[in-house]
Design a protein around this ligand. Structure first.
Ligand code: SF4
Length: 361
C-alpha cells in the first residue's frame, strides 16, 4: 500500500508544462512528463498505479504527493426527452457544482461550470440565485470534462463554458483549462467546438482576445437597449454599455478569426416586440462589418423559480415569462430577412432543469 504524505496536491491543478519540472525535481527523466500527460488526459487514468509504462518508484512518488480526482458525482438526472444528463458534483470542500452532458447525433458536448455560484446574479438564471462561494480551480474545471467522459463512456467533442459562473471572472483558471482542452496531447478538442459565454466584462474580453485561444465567444446580450438589459442584469455588477460589449466581442472575433455569437434570451413582453428587434438590427448594422462572422442564438426563456430572488433594489419588477413559440419564429425570420444569421436554440434537458439558465438548486 502506498504511503501518503500529509499535504497531497491536486494533480490536475498543475499546468502540463509544470509536470516536467516536478518529474525532474523528483529525480526522473524529463520525457516521462509526456507519458504522464498521455495517461492523465488522453487515457483519463484516475489512479497512478495503473500507469504501466511508468517506473514503479515514480508511480509511488506521484501517488504519495498527488491525487487525480477531487470531485465526486453526487447526483445525476437523465432527460426522458433528449438524452441530456445533468450532473451534480461535490467538491472536496463539499460545495455543489453542475455540469451537463448534451449528446446530439454527431457530437458529444458538455456544458461546464467555472465558479461555485455566480456573482453576476442575472435575474433569469438559477445559477445566479446561488450565492457566489468561490472560483473553481483549473483542475476542477477540466475534471468535469474527464468525469463526464468517463461516466458516459464517450469521448467529449465539444465544451461550452455556460454552466455556473461567469468564466471571465475566473480568468486564469479558465484560460489555462481552455489551453488544456485544445492541446492535441491533452484533450485535443477542436477550438471551434469550444464556446466561452460571457455576460460582457469588456476589459477581460479584450484581454482574452490577445490570448489567441481561437475558441468561440458568445455574448449574453439579451437586448439592444441598456435600459432593458439593466432590468435583467444588474449594472451594479456589470457596468458596461451594450455597444462597448459588442465592440469588444467583435474585437475578439476579428483577432481570433472566429464567429461571434450573440445570445438573446427572449422574454414575453420584455424584449420580444418588433420595436426592440428593429433596434437590435440597427445595433448590428452600425457595428458589424460585412466581413465579420456573426450569429444570433435566440433562446426562449426557461421559467425558473428564482426570478423573484434577484435584482435587489431594482426599480423594475417585471415578471419574467417565456415567449410564445410563434414569437420566436417571427423574430428569427425578421433577423434572417435582414441578412443576420439567426437560429432558435432548442432547450435541452428542460425536464431535468438542465436547460439554459436552470443550473442551480
Ligand atoms: S447567466 Fe451566467 S453570468 Fe448570469 S447569473 Fe447565470 S451563470 Fe451567472
Amino acid at each position: 500500500m502506498t504511503k501518503e504524505t500529509g499535504a497531497k496536491k491536486f494533480f490536475l491543478d498543475i499546468e502540463p508544462d509544470g509536470i516536467e519540472k516536478l518529474i525532474v525535481a523528483a529525480g526522473h527523466d524529463a520525457y516521462r512528463a509526456a507519458q504522464i500527460v498521455t495517461w492523465v488526459y488522453q487515457k483519463q487514468c484516475d489512479d497512478f498505479s495503473t500507469c504501466t509504462n511508468i517506473p514503479a518508484d515514480l508511480r509511488t512518488y506521484l501517488s504519495q504527493h498527488y491525487y487525480l480526482r477531487s470531485m465526486t458525482i453526487a447526483g445525476k438526472k437523465m432527460s426522458a426527452i433528449d438524452g441530456t444528463v445533468r450532473y451534480e458534483f461535490k467538491t472536496r470542500d463539499n460545495l455543489s457544482v453542475f455540469a451537463v452532458f448534451l449528446p446530439t447525433r454527431d457530437r458529444r458536448t458538455v456544458c461546464i461550470s467555472s465558479q461555485v455560484g455566480c456573482p453576476i446574479q442575472c435575474r433569469f438564471c438559477a445559477s445566479g440565485a446561488v450565492k457566489m462561494k468561490r472560483n473553481l480551480t483549473r483542475g476542477e474545471i477540466v475534471e468535469q470534462v474527464l468525469a463526464l467522459s468517463k461516466d458516459t463512456g464517450q469521448r467529449i467533442t465539444g465544451v461550452l463554458f455556460m454552466g455556473m459562473g461567469e468564466p471571465l471572472l475566473n480568468y486564469n483558471a479558465v484560460v489555462s483549462s481552455v489551453r488544456s482542452l485544445t492541446d492535441f496531447h491533452q484533450f485535443g478538442i477542436g477550438r471551434r467546438h469550444i464556446t466561452l459565454s460571457t455576460v460582457g466584462i469588456v476589459p477581460l474580453i479584450r484581454r482574452l482576445a490577445e490570448e489567441q485561444l481561437g475558441v468561440r465567444l458568445a455574448l449574453s446580450l439579451h437586448a439592444p437597449d441598456d435600459d432593458v438589459r439593466r432590468t435583467l442584469i444588474s449594472e451594479r455588477v456589470v457596468p458596461f454599455r451594450i455597444v462597448d460589449i459588442l465592440e469588444a466581442g467583435l474585437f475578439y472575433s476579428r483577432k481570433n478569426k472566429t464567429r461571434l455569437t450573440l445570445e438573446y434570451i427572449v422574454f414575453d413582453g420584455v424584449n420580444d416586440d418588433m420595436k426592440t428587434m428593429k433596434s437590435f438590427v440597427d445595433l448590428i448594422a452600425r457595428h458589424v462589418h460585412p466581413t465579420d462572422l456573426l450569429q444570433v442564438n435566440l433562446i426562449a426563456y426557461n421559467d425558473t423559480v428564482h426570478d423573484s430572488m434577484h435584482m435587489e433594489g431594482s426599480k423594475t419588477r417585471l415578471r419574467l415569462a417565456p415567449p410564445r413559440r410563434e414569437t420566436m419564429e417571427h423574430i428569427k425570420n425578421f433577423l434572417i430577412k435582414r441578412d443576420i444569421l439567426a437560429i432558435i436554440r432548442e432547450p435541452k434537458g428542460a425536464d431535468i432543469e438542465a436547460a439554459c439558465g436552470q443550473l442551480g438548486f
